[in-house]
Design a protein around this ligand. Structure first.
Ligand code: SAH
Length: 331
């Protein structure tokens, strides 16, 4: 059993099943996540308890193949015990460090502009493999924010992502508060509807990238399955029921989705939702052929004119291929 896969209640069940007092789960969480003590060194547990736990629980972190660090952004290439690789990124903001967590090996969504989308989906990452990305990066910096925005589509791996958020938000463990976790999805509507099942708060970001179905179908195949109307309805319901402000992500692609007309359509589409638009400068990838917009200032101004809260996403890590859409877990 991998310790980092276990939300607190599952660790409690596991201890009970193994004849241990389930109250020890909190001790384990506190010692391992907060105090960073290894199991063998936890003084409040008896030698016998530790021995029996060590027999069945594993704490091994993934092997770090490389870390590239440009001082502001660090990217780690990690190898899991089954040989699969993933990447995780640390961003040093002025207000604290954030980790961008990958959720799958590869990705099945095939967005036209994204390098990760060119990889085949090999498998889901487990909750523990997501937690371990934070633990690896916390050896470089104290982590203040977690973005579930790395390789993979988190809502195509709902159960593990649910456990992951529950583990990292436990007050006995890493205790990330709801304003310190952001989950980004390309729009798997039935799973957006299930988000309230997750015990632990987070902010929701939605990769929109186009204001109409025709264009979005071309850029993001997921839109053919769940169109903009159903996506917007699900997001609106989530925002209202959870009292949450939604971030709509919008990559500006030269000549594709960046006209002032598009900006007007976008404003119309999201009208009435408690939200803001996060404009993303496009990071050019090896194979996509899209280019960065030259019209981003006019697009921004038009959205502002329409009364939409809008910000530009700050760029991180493009020099070490660690920016949005550039992760591919290659050596
Ligand atoms: N699958 C999730 C999370 C991963 S992508 C999602 O789609 O939201 C995180 C963000 O980076 C998404 O908004 C994605 O659309 C964006 N992105 C992908 N490729 C990009 C690129 N080449 N340049 C800039 N942003 C990109």
């Amino acid at each position: 059993m991998y310790f980092y896969d276990l939300p607190l209640h599952k660790l409690e069940d596991y201890l009970s099943l193994n004849g241990q007092n389930k109250a020890k789960a909190r001790i384990l969480y506190k010692s391992i996540y907060r105090e960073k003590i290894s199991l063998g060194d936890i003084s409040v547990l008896s030698a016998g308890t530790k021995e029996s736990l060590l027999k069945n629980l594993s704490f091994t972190l993934p092997h770090i193949i490389t870390i590239q660090d440009d001082g502001e952004t660090a990217k780690a290439l990690l190898k899991m015990p089954d040989g699969n690789k993933t990447e995780t990124v640390l961003m040093r903001h002025r207000y604290g460090a954030g980790v961008c967590v990958s959720t799958q090996v590869g990705c099945a969504m095939s967005c036209a502009f994204c390098q990760s989308g060119k990889l085949k989906k090999m498998r889901n990452l487990t909750a523990g493999e997501m937690v371990s990305q934070i633990l690896v990066m916390s050896s470089l910096e104290q982590i203040a924010h977690v973005s579930v925005m790395g390789i993979g589509e988190p809502l195509d791996n709902f159960d593990n992502v649910k456990s992951f958020i529950e583990i990292i938000s436990s007050p006995y463990g890493l205790a990330f508060g709801e304003r310190h976790i952001t989950l980004s999805t390309c729009g798997i509507v039935p799973m957006i509807r299930r988000l309230p099942e997750i015990n632990g708060g987070f902010n929701l970001a939605v990769s929109l990238h186009a204001p109409d179905d025709e264009l979005r179908n071309m850029l993001m195949p997921v839109n053919k399955r769940w169109d903009l109307h159903s996506l917007i309805e699900a997001v609106k319901d989530f925002s209202i029921s959870q009292c949450k402000r939604i971030a709509f992500e919008y990559i500006l692609l030269d000549g594709i989705n960046d006209s002032t007309e598009h900006a007007k359509e976008l404003a119309e589409l999201i009208n009435g939702i408690n939200c803001f638009v996060n404009l993303i400068p496009y990071n050019e990838t090896k194979t996509s052929g899209f280019r960065r917009s030259k019209n981003s200032d006019s697009f921004f101004d038009q959205l502002k004119k329409e009364g939409v809260n809008t910000i530009f996403r700050r760029e991180f890590g493009s020099g070490i291929k660690a920016a949005c859409g550039q992760l591919s877990a290659e050596l």
